[in-house]
Design a protein around this ligand. Structure first.
Ligand SMILES: C[S@@+](CC[C@H](N)C(=O)[O-])C[C@H]1O[C@@H](n2cnc3c(N)ncnc32)[C@H](O)[C@@H]1O
Length: 152
């Protein structure tokens, strides 16, 4: 993947007026958290959500409720940016499997790539582009699940 990125032609960043980018698409540092980690940290410390990111809420409360054990099989019905899923995956300690559902065809690919880069391979995490309204069919195909979450 790194090799593929290196072969991409250089793209100029969006130009903005004034001293700071104001519009969502102009916030080039926030859109590139790996390269500009300090800026992203600063935005989060200020209590804001960096452009293009989602900060998961009530993470510890959800983990306390789920009590995830290594070896379990779980479903996160709203994968989104993957914040909750990532914490749930950490609880598995490399054993078990988590399925992440999302209807958004663009974000699901980005989140899957981010989780793969964070070290969660196909053996432990599967992203499924489905609507949670079809939970019955999803359960029949991938379940049974020991736990599931629908967290925002
Ligand atoms: C607030 S985000 C979830 C945040 C996520 N837990 C995280 O930590 O980043 C909500 C997500 O649910 C997805 N979503 C909304 N309705 C859905 C549905 N009916 N089935 C599956 N996913 C859905 C949206 O596409 C969005 O990505």
């Amino acid at each position: 993947m790194e090799q593929e990125k290196q072969n991409l032609p250089h793209k100029r960043r969006v130009r903005y007026q004034g001293t700071h980018p104001r519009k969502f698409e102009e916030k080039y540092k926030e859109h590139n958290p790996q390269k500009y980690a300090d800026t992203v940290e600063k935005v989060i410390r200020k209590g804001s959500t960096p452009a293009g990111m989602h900060l998961p809420i009530c993470v510890q409360e959800i983990l306390d409720f789920l009590q995830i054990q290594p070896g379990q099989k779980g479903l996160d019905a709203t994968l989104g940016y993957g914040g909750h899923t990532r914490k749930m995956l950490e609880c598995l300690q490399g054993q078990g499997h988590l399925y992440g559902l999302d209807v958004d065809p663009i974000e699901i690919v980005r989140t899957k790539d981010r989780l793969r880069e964070a070290g969660f391979g196909e053996d432990i995490f599967t992203a499924i582009q489905e609507n949670f309204a079809d939970i019955g069919q999803i359960g029949a195909q991938y379940g049974p699940f020991d736990l599931w979450a629908l967290a925002c």
